[in-house]
Structure formats: C-alpha cells, structure tokens
Design a protein around this ligand. Structure first.
Ligand SMILES: O=C(O)CCC(=O)C(=O)O
Ligand SMILES: [Fe+2]
Length: 361
C-alpha cells in the first residue's frame, strides 16, 4: 500500500560544472536519483543562463492561457491529437471526465517541421506534425508573440543539459549491463527528432471548487509516468492576479511515488532544472533506470482561490524510428507489447495515445 508522507524531499543535486565533465564519476548520484532504490528525480544547479530563460517563458504561460477562446482555437491542431500547439480539455482525467484543470502548449523546440513526408505525418501524428506559433499578424496574440523565441531557448538549454545527464546515465548503466557504443541514451537522444516541450498552465481554483478539490494528491494532474526517456522540469511559478506569489498552500505541487511506495512532495530551487526518468529510459536501460510515477496537487481552501501554476516540461524522447526491445523484467504497459517484444518508439507512443484517448489499441 502507498503511504503519504508529510515530508518535503529535496532531490540529489549535481552541479553543472560536475555534469559537463564527461570523465567525472557521478554514478553514485545517478543511482541515488534514478536507480532502483532512488527517489526518481534529481536536479542540476548553476546552469549558466537558465534562470532568466525560465522566467521569460513561464511569465508567458498565464497570458497565453487567458487569451480569448477563439484566439486559442487558432493555435489548436486536431490532426496531431492536440500534440502541437494549444490543448485544453482534450485529455481525460482518471475519472474519465475531460481534463479542464490545465492547459498546455506543445512544440518541438529543435525542429519546426520534423519531416515533410506525408506517410510519416499520417502515421506518427504526435511527433511528425509541425510547430504552431502565435503569428505576429494577429494583434490579440501580441502579448505572447515572443513565445516562439522564449520556448525554443529554454527547450534547447534543457535538452543540452539533459544530454549531458544522459551521458552520465549511460556510464552508470554500463557498469551493470553490456552496451554497444551507439545504444546509449545519450546517442539515441542526440539523434532524435522527437523532443517535445510542454508549457503548462494550471487554472486557478475558483470559489466553487473549494469543496470539490478534496484531499487527493493528484487533484491538479493525475498519477502517471512520462513515456519519453528523460523529462526536464522547471520549478513551477505561482501567480495570483498576474503577480508572482509564494504558493499559500505548502502541500501543493509535484509529488512522486518512491520505489518503496512512499508518496512524497519534492521541492527543488527556482535555479535548478529537475530531471525525471520516463518509461523508454527504463526499457532501454533494462530497468537500471526506473520510470518515475508523479502527479500534481492543487492548493486547497480559501487561500487557494485565484492561485494558478505555470511550469515547463521538456520530454527528451527517442526518434520515432528508434527500435525498443522490451526486456522481460520491465513490466510497463504489457498489453501493448507484441509477442516479439519489439516496437519503435513511434509505434509505442501511438498505442499509448490510443489507450489514453480511449480509441482502439
Ligand atoms: O506540472 C508538473 O510539475 C509536472 C507536469 C507533468 O508531469 C507532465 O507534463 O508530464
Ligand atoms: Fe509527467
């Protein structure tokens, strides 16, 4: 049984100067962060230029989310199942109801048009579509017109730091498992065209929600594991009436289920980038890196009225063509895996999307 701890846990931290040293032995820290008995998250401190890029992007999140509905509609992309541009109320909550609690803006921070091949765009809708940026031509979008630059700058920085971290993950995994030179996470992620950034906006609880929110730890975002390899996360920004505040409810925020089934709130600094493990890192590493179950708790009570939350996630993911061999000891989504135990990352993701959108598997 899971057990909710009132403790707030700080992840293991690696400084940027240690991380970028390819020869440093960081395997103890990688194991503490990501290994079978690790917390499932670690943070990187002192990344040059990071703090201002975080601030630049996160401040645009409430502005984007509060644009008129018809303007946001122009930024939607049903062809990619809302995996590019603006998405609100398209995913389902654990209860089966549409998720209206948060809005997201998705884009590939590296490639605006990952491919022009129609068959690929049709087959891998969530990755092979094109980015949609607020056009300068629309005056209503003026407050978010620099979204394009701010999103790409932060996304690329979190990607570069994530690749350095992937290098050290490979060194750790190679101590336990035989690996070919190009099989490692670093090379797989370096060659991928599939990275996806997500600017998230959690709408503020209203007076009427006060009693609805309840005690659940997953009241803002349900329990899940990310299906990419590494997820880079910024420390969230809370605002009320467009002013940045400290969240009035200390229990609100990101929660993780540890390997020993403890549910803990994790907190890391504004100046740190946190990374979590996604399912495909667990698959590629034969279970040496373990996917991180997590959720987000909303602030509760009168003090929470009008408090919103903005954050950014970068999903570092393998290319759509990357073959994944599912090791027998990794038991994620067993029902989706064919008998030969192998799928490409693109096929795996499409199957998951079908599962979550209640379409056919
Ligand atoms: O809001 C957060 O801190 C986490 C978001 C998240 O888990 C996701 O987008 O997959
Ligand atoms: Fe997540």
């Amino acid at each position: 049984m899971s057990c909710l701890s009132s403790q707030i846990v700080k992840p293991v931290t690696i400084s940027y100067s240690d991380l970028r040293d390819k020869n440093a032995d960081l395997s103890m820290k990688i194991e503490q962060g990501f290994g079978p008995n690790g917390l499932g998250i670690l943070s990187i401190s002192d990344v040059p230029g990071y703090s201002s890029l975080r601030q630049n992007l996160l401040q645009l999140s409430p502005r984007l989310a509060n644009l008129p509905d018809e303007v946001k509609k122009e930024l939607e992309d049903p062809d990619s199942w809302y995996n590019f541009g603006w998405s609100h109320g398209k995913e389902k909550l654990e209860s089966g109801k549409p998720d209206l609690l948060k809005g997201s803006f998705y884009a590939n921070p590296v490639l605006d048009i990952p491919t022009t091949e129609a068959s690929l765009i049709e087959r891998y809708r969530s990755y092979c579509g094109s980015n949609i940026w607020p056009a300068k031509a629309l005056p209503e979008l003026e407050p978010v017109c620099n979204l394009h630059a701010a999103f790409k700058a932060l996304g690329k920085l979190i990607l570069d730091v994530g690749l350095m971290l992937a290098h050290h993950c490979d060194l750790y995994v190679s101590k336990g498992m035989e690996m070919q030179k190009d099989d490692g996470l670093e090379q797989i992620l370096f060659h991928s065209r599939c990275h996806k950034g997500r600017l998230l906006y959690y709408f503020p609880p209203q007076q009427s929600d006060c009693t609805d929110i309840g005690d659940s730890v997953s009241s803002w975002c349900g329990w899940h594991t990310d299906h990419g390899s590494l997820t880079g996360l910024t420390c969230a920004m809370f605002t009320r009436d467009a002013e940045e505040i400290t969240c009035p409810d200390n229990a609100a925020g990101l929660y993780i289920k540890t390997r020993t089934n403890q549910i803990v709130k994790v907190a890391f600094g504004k100046d740190e980038i946190a990374y979590q493990i996604g399912e495909t890192a667990e698959i590629l590493s034969g279970g040496y890196l373990c996917a991180t179950p997590h959720c987000v708790r909303a602030p509760k009570g009168e003090v929470a009225i009008g408090v919103d939350r903005s954050t950014f996630a970068l999903f570092l993911q393998p290319d759509w063509d990357q073959k994944l061999n599912f090791p027998p000891n990794v038991r994620l989504h067993q029902e989706l895996i064919p008998s030969n135990g192998s799928l490409t990352f693109g096929e795996y993701s499409e199957k998951l999307l079908n599962k979550y959108y209640h379409l056919k598997i």
